[in-house]
Design a protein around this ligand. Sequence first.
Ligand SMILES: C[S@@+](CC[C@H](N)C(=O)[O-])C[C@H]1O[C@@H](n2cnc3c(N)ncnc32)[C@H](O)[C@@H]1O
Length: 256
Amino acid sequence: MDAVTKHSGISIESDRLDLFHEILLRRCNGELFMAPIGTNPQRILDLGTGTGIWAIDMARILILFLGDKFPSAQVLGNDLSPIQPTLVPPNVAFEVDDVENDWVYSQQFDFIHARYLAGAIKDWSRLIDQAFKFTRPGGWVEFQDFDMEFYTLHGDFAPGCSLDRWTKMVVNGLKQMGAEPEPGPKLKGWLKDARFINIHEKVLPIPVGIWPKSEEMLVGNPRRYKYFLLTSGKILKTAGYKCNTTSTWCTVKDLR
Ligand SMILES: C[S@@+](CC[C@H](N)C(=O)[O-])C[C@H]1O[C@@H](n2cnc3c(N)ncnc32)[C@H](O)[C@@H]1O
């Protein structure tokens, strides 16, 4: 269980993760993945699966589109926390595992997926090395992750405002806890170092305010404010910042 999960309580954290799944899905035009994994993926692994929502959706897609042809296609999700549901499609399984330990799978995977592990993983190079070892030749990996910086497209975000200070404190807090807070921009280099080839990078801004014109991009935004504040409390305390509640630092007004 990571710090964030412990702090917020399982159900709030699960709700937050499922909401974020919806946000990311919409940001990716409804696509669960971008890698051209073909029509015959047999073994799929989802690292740090959280509530398992991605793995379950992926398993459903396999059944819907490939079930008749490839009934043996399987999705495996792992996580430190067993917060996944038990009523799931028959072609998905979950296991409690620490992805930073040595992987002991008996076979390689056709597709390894890892999303939103910012602030969770300490040694990304090692994680990606292990992903390389356990991807079959010709298989694919997809990492979707973040940097933590807020900005506005026209540069009017004021450095030093409460929101800016809050993100910097969270980033520092995560670093002090030994986790990499901003893996997104570093993924390409790590993948190269691990000897992956045919690497594609897509950078997508995610709106956090209430200004996007597209309804699609507005999904869950009011609730996201609350979650932004809730999830950072433990990190800030660990980093030694003296505040009882995160809202001391970052009011809803700042986030609009
Ligand atoms: C922010 S959540 C993302 C969940 C999921 N990937 C998603 O996109 O909805 C990060 C997850 O990584 C898990 N995690 C953190 N460190 C881990 C580790 N060393 N091994 C396995 N899972 C880990 C946490 O328990 C948490 O569920």
